[in-house]
Ligand binder design. Structure first.
Ligand code: CP3
Length: 354
């Protein structure tokens, strides 16, 4: 395997010393980049892009070249897993994802297979291998998956939702069926992430985008429990290095202590908590990733830089910080603002590591 030239991200995940704070951004390959829109057009559509390893590799590398990101993240989507379990998935232009035949009964859940990722998700594995080859050791590659609960929300609602009436209805009225669904998803996700690692992913992130809509009790029982079940099954060392696991629950800042005890290496923060408060609560048991408000990228560049400096100052002179946004970048952010965000972290962070 090629030597890794920039391993700041992996070192920070393991709370080892670094010369400056590494930075990447959720959704860093996306519509705010004209280059991304151009490649997506060549692919045909969003799902076609996900299923074309060569073009998925191309968009994965765009933010490395344009922004100087310290990590690449596999270009794909969390919803390819339910699709590989046999559920039809569509992404209409300008619309969110849709499952035209959502999960509605226990029989529907019982029928779902746990897919073999090397078969049904072979195009993802081909993309992982192509990206590692193309990166040639420039920066590490992050693989990812949705959390079982977050995947279940889309599978039961049939798409995005404001009320989550169906998925919460199933959770309250038929908890056994919900547990069966979540257990199947946890095993499918564990196999999927292990296959990404076997094919070259050097860290993995679990996106629990909708864990934050639950009560504390339900979060523990229906979301965190199944993320632990995944983490217990994961390959933790590959190619002679530890493979860090990042757990990100949007809206989960009330449960940081529980998340930090899940077995993950890194806790992903959303933007609703000050990072010094997060660190005071969970100490240095895990690294922290985050957590600038994504909307700050609409501010003028000087204000973005001020915010970056404030977050660095709050984290202070410690190991174990990966700079990121608190959620994904939005499509209408000016690219110059994204570039300034990365430049600011590169320029302002070295003084905190001397
Ligand atoms: O971070 C990255 O650059 C890697 C790529 C990535 C995408 N989706 C590409 C994408 C990742 C990590 C995801 C994860 C994902 N997908 C999540 C969890 C993270 C989060 O943002 O909370 C969720 C909930 C999904 C499901 C999904 N995919 C939705 C709800 C949507 C529509 C909303 C939107 O932004 O349009 C998508 C589409 C999607 N996934 C796009 C991209 C770049 C935009 C589609 C396009 O290019 O037309």
């Amino acid at each position: 395997m090629t030597e890794l030239h920039n391993d700041l991200f992996l070192r920070a995940c393991l709370r080892q010393p670094v010369e400056r704070t590494p930075v990447w951004m959720m959704r860093q390959a996306g519509r705010y980049l004209a280059e991304y829109r151009e490649t997506r057009k060549r692919a045909g559509g969003f799902l076609d892009l996900c299923k074309n390893p060569e073009l998925a590799c191309e968009v994965t590398l765009q933010p490395i070249d344009i922004l100087g990101a310290d990590a690449a993240i596999l270009f794909s989507d969390i919803l390819v897993v339910p699709e590989a379990m046999g559920m039809e998935l569509t992404f209409g232009a300008g619309e969110g994802p849709k499952f035209p035949a959502p999960i509605a009964s226990r029989a529907d859940v019982e029928r779902l297979p746990v897919p073999d990722p090397e078969q049904e998700l072979d195009y993802v594995m081909a993309a992982v291998r192509a990206i590692r080859r193309a990166l040639a050791g420039r920066v590490p590659l992050i693989g990812f998956s949705g959390s079982p609960w977050t995947l279940a929300t889309y599978m039961v609602e049939g798409g995005g939702s404001k009320t989550f009436s169906k998925v919460k209805g199933m959770m309250f009225n038929d908890p056994d069926t919900m547990h069966l669904l979540l257990a199947k998803l946890a095993d499918a996700v564990a196999a999927y992430l292990n296959a990404q690692i076997a094919n070259g992913a050097q860290a993995v992130q679990i996106f629990d985008t909708w864990g934050g809509i639950l009560t504390t009790r339900d979060y523990r029982e229906f979301s965190l429990r199944y993320m632990r079940r995944i983490i217990e099954q994961l390959t933790r060392e590959h190619e002679g290095r530890r493979v860090p696991v990042i757990l990100y629950t949007k809206g989960g800042m009330g449960w940081l202590e529980d998340i930090a005890a899940s077995g993950c290496d890194v806790v992903g923060l959303d933007w609703t908590i000050d990072i010094d408060r997060a660190r005071a609560r969970i100490g240095d048991r895990v690294a922290l990733q985050g957590n600038m408000d994504p909307a700050m990228l609409y501010a003028r560049p000087a204000r973005i830089r001020e915010e970056v400096r404030d977050i660095l100052r709050r984290f202070g002179h410690h190991n174990g910080h990966i700079f990121n946004l608190g959620h994904g970048i939005t499509p209408d952010v000016p690219r110059e603002h994204a570039i300034e965000f990365f430049r600011a972290v590169r320029e302002e962070s070295p003084v905190f590591h001397r």
